[in-house]
Write a protein that binds this ligand. Structure first.
Ligand code: NDP
Length: 233
């Protein structure tokens, strides 16, 4: 059994790789290799905005491991700024990685899963894709789009025994959120009912559940893991 994780070298993706490594061989599409690979990890330098690199990477995985059972579309970036000042490039780059990258990986991996007549696709969206956020129009659109993609793929692939679900994390301590000023961080914590940021492991545990047989009757679902942030307003 093999799980392919995009952006698996650090942050949430690394925690997912570590958590899934007890049940799956791990393949990791990222720009840089992880500092500490898990056992037998297949690292493939792959920019997920390139369909060519994705196809080549998948060919290598199939050659070596013959199967892809789980795909976790996790790679993502932010390029924040108010809409009126947002450059074309900041819009395009975020949409290309967060949404198109997930589509390209899902398209290629689902071809394998369709032949296998089984598979699980798990998309790491964001609570911002549901709630929206000032200064994150590009990010919110990409993550909202990822939820719509999740539901569409869930409908398309259900007949082939492939489930597709999304996770919508709130604020999780990684390099992505280290960019926030202390003032901003404290303001956010004030609004979170459980009064703290989450850990990458909080997301990895739900990915492990969605990848397991216990979740085989769940598809097209979006699970918020946000300590109550989305219900607090
Ligand atoms: P990090 O910035 O810590 O890690 C992101 C990883 O994705 C990095 O390893 C990065 O590689 C990789 N990556 C970026 N672009 C590409 C690309 N084009 N091709 C392949 N890999 C790429 O982010 P997080 O761990 O915090 O976030 C992971 C996911 O969770 C993202 O989709 C994010 O939007 C989502 N999320 C995060 C939240 C948070 O609070 N942290 C909240 C909600 C959602 P490199 O090192 O080269 O940049």
């Amino acid at each position: 059994m093999l799980a392919l994780i995009t952006g698996g070298s650090r942050g949430i993706g690394r925690a997912i790789a570590e958590r899934l490594s007890s049940n799956y061989r791990i393949a990791n599409f990222d720009i840089e290799p992880p500092k500490e690979p898990v056992k037998d990890e297949i690292f493939l330098k792959c920019d997920i905005t390139s369909s060519l690199e994705i196809k080549e990477g998948i060919e290598k995985i199939i050659k070596e491991a013959e199967t892809i059972d789980v795909l976790v579309n996790n790679a993502g970036i932010t390029r924040d700024g108010l809409s009126i000042r947002m450059s074309d490039d900041d819009w395009d780059r975020v949409l290309d990685i967060n949404l198109k990258g997930a589509f390209l990986c899902s398209r290629e991996v689902s071809k394998i899963m369709i032949k296998q007549r089984r598979g699980k696709i798990i998309n790491i969206s964001s609570i911002i894709g549901i709630m929206g956020n000032i200064g994150q129009a590009n990010y919110a659109a990409s993550k909202g789009g990822l939820i719509a993609l999740t539901k569409s793929l869930a409908k398309e692939l259900a007949g082939r025994n492939i489930t597709v679900n999304a996770i919508a994390p709130g604020f999780i301590d990684t390099e992505m959120t280290q960019k926030l000023s202390d003032e901003m961080r404290n303001k956010i914590i004030e609004r979170i009912p459980l009064k703290r940021f989450g850990k990458p492991e909080d997301i990895a545990g739900i990915v492990a559940f969605l990848a397991s047989d216990d979740a085989s009757y769940i598809t097209g679902e979006v699970i918020a893991i946000d300590a109550g942030l989305s219900i607090s307003l």
